[in-house]
Write a protein that binds this ligand. Structure first.
Ligand code: DON
Length: 589
């Protein structure tokens, strides 16, 4: 603690912190709900069941790529990667090979692996990169060349299939390549994202070339509209090149050369060398226990595994199922306060473990007990970060969209992948069709400056050469008696952590089927800003009662997108569910 106080750059953070602080039939059908909504409206059929295998994602074409992988002899790892690579084409405003990912894999042999494909800051990046940036882009950590870290998703996907899959990467690339080449129908959701990104994208001819066309009526250059067919021939070529020449084409060949040239011409700092130096990291998963369950999460540089475990440890001190029946407002209050306590710690302690010390004590039961007793039932805590046991001496090992997959051999996957915000940094490396991420915004650009998700942080998450920005992505696998029973994860920035928590609480504690657990209205607290977000559909009376406990309520239409798969050990049935807040799909053979 003292060492943070002594560092000049962090003093401001500390001062600032001190004053403010996720059934027996078989189905081969891709299920798409009859009605979809981004308002959290429960749709009837967001679930699919199978005895063989299951994959769930936010897009039917991507889910079908996973089902095809199973049909071609692949396992859950092949299905997850084929799905992810197809999402990188048909859902590329969320994720793609220009971004990064975390992949949590539980193999049939019972081993759990965490493959870190998070972006790395370019080697020329310094702590003051964004403070000193002289650039024509008004928000350089979010838009344009400085916003991007070196992408890791492709390398992580390739590693996952090479080490744990049965098919090769070429098979995983096929469906995406076809969708890029032949085109796909732009959904209303996709068109809406293009409208949001339009102004920023117009600054980049590479992006305009791919996502804009002359309007049939006016002749004006406008983004594609819902119902139109979007073909991405450059991205199809990129997928083909990777298929023919391997990932070296991306990291040590044609792609990196084009990216390096573009960076140089546009004021970026990422070089060909940065691509050549990119490495995935095999990390030790965070393992914790919650009631009768084992929870595996993703370790730093994700904050997800740590804080899902921390919040569950705090909540274990309460009988949630009983409270849900007898004291519903108390139930929601306790969950919100536990979230707040964890996010206060996130802001201070968390960062890339290859650069900073993240205390293992954060997930100790004794620490959770200390925090749980702080929660008052009638009012809210005004909390700063706390100090977990062994904070200075006991460390983790050094080292947005979500896809869930599982098969009957016992392979389970939780894969969260992202270019960060919609269409990432809004530019495309010309000639490649690849949208580059804006993950640099997940660092603390400078003290006290909230990122795109309103998150503030400390020096542990400052920019540094080669460092990985802190993430909230929370791919999670849950076991009971050594048998996987749930895989879950989400998209939504910091809400990812609380979405995963809700899926776990709703399914494990409140015994809701996974589809219901995901669809149920959510609340979210991230400590700063000081507000309790309630989903638009959240009960009005409950909102009033939470206000009476001093919560500062804010309604939110957007509470993230979560996918999950459960396994019923008695019936041997997988149930996959997608989030009814978007047009996803879950399917098995
Ligand atoms: O890694 C993170 O925490 C963020 N870059 C995730 C971004 C995200 O979920 C965007 N989706 N809404």
């Amino acid at each position: 603690m003292l060492k943070f106080c002594l560092m000049g750059w962090s003093v401001g953070v500390l001062c600032f912190a001190a004053t403010t602080s996720v059934w027996g039939v078989q189905s081969s059908l891709v299920s798409v709900p009859p009605t979809t909504s981004d308002l959290g409206v429960l749709v009837e059929n967001a679930e699919s069941t199978s005895r063989k295998n299951m994959v769930a994602s936010v897009h039917p074409l991507a889910t079908q790529a996973g089902v095809d992988a199973f049909a071609n002899g692949g396992n859950a790892i092949d299905a997850a990667i084929a799905t992810a690579l197809t999402l990188g084409v048909v859902d590329n405003f969320n994720s793609g090979i220009g971004g990064g990912c975390f992949i949590l894999i539980r193999t049939a042999k019972g081993e759990v692996y965490a493959i870190d494909g998070r972006e790395m800051a370019p080697s020329a990046a310094t702590q003051d990169l964004f403070r000193d940036a002289k650039t024509r882009f008004s928000n350089p950590s979010q838009t344009g060349p400085l916003a991007s870290g070196v992408p890791g998703a492709l390398k992580a996907y390739a590693q996952a299939v090479a080490q744990h899959g049965r098919l090769d990467l070429r098979a995983s690339l096929k469906k995406g390549m076809e969708a890029a080449e032949g085109g796909f129908q732009v959904t209303e959701a996709y068109a809406a994202k293009l409208r949001i990104a339009k102004k920023a994208m117009l600054q980049f001819p590479g992006a305009v070339n791919v996502f804009f066309r002359p309007d049939p009526k006016t002749g004006l250059i406008e983004p594609y509209r819902a119902g139109e067919i979007l073909k991405q021939s450059d991205l199809a070529k990129t997928y083909r090149k990777i298929s023919q020449e391997g990932t070296d084409w991306f990291y040590r060949g044609g792609f990196s050369e084009l990216a390096g040239q573009w960076m140089e011409a546009n004021g970026g700092i990422m070089t060909v060398n940065d691509f050549a130096k990119y490495k995935t990291v095999n990390r030790k998963p965070v393992r914790s226990e919650y009631r009768d369950f084992e929870i595996y999460g993703f370790p730093p540089p994700s904050s997800g595994g740590v804080h899902v475990a921390q919040v569950l440890n705090i909540l274990e001190q309460f009988d949630l199922a009983e409270m849900y029946q007898s004291d519903r407002v108390g139930f929601y209050h306790v969950v919100a306060e536990a979230m707040k306590l964890a996010f206060a710690d996130r802001a201070f302690w968390l960062g890339d473990p290859d650069y900073v010390d993240v205390p293992l004590g954060l997930i100790e039961k004794s620490y959770a007990k200390e925090l749980a007793v702080k929660i008052k039932m009638d009012s809210v805590l005004t909390t700063d970060h706390n100090i977990p046991p062994n904070a200075a001496t006991d460390f983790f090992e050094r080292h947005t969209t979500h896809v869930a997959a599982a098969d009957s051999e016992g392979n389970w996957v939780a894969l969260t992948t992202t270019v960060n915000t919609t269409f990432g940094a809004k530019y495309v490396i010309p000639g490649t069709g690849v949208i580059m991420n804006n993950q640099m915004d997940d660092f603390v650009a400078f003290p006290g400056k909230p990122n795109a998700f309103g998150l503030i942080g400390g020096e542990n998450n400052a920019v540094a050469s080669g460092k990985r920005p802190l993430s909230s992505m929370s791919p999670t696998i849950v076991l009971r008696d050594g048998q996987p029973v749930l895989t879950v994860g989400a998209a939504g920035g910091p809400k990812i952590i609380t979405e995963v928590l809700w899926a776990i609480i709703n399914h494990l504690d409140l015994e809701m089927p996974i589809g219901e657990a995901i669809a149920a209205p959510r609340l979210h607290h991230q400590w700063a800003p000081k507000q309790l977000l309630l989903e638009a559909t959240f009960d009005k009376k409950m909102a009033e009662q939470l206000t009476a406990k001093q919560h500062q309520i804010k309604r939110s239409r957007s509470m993230g997108i979560c996918q999950g798969i459960t396994f019923d050990t008695k019936t041997g049935i997988f149930t996959g569910a997608f989030d009814p807040r978007t047009t996803g799909s879950a399917a098995g053979e």
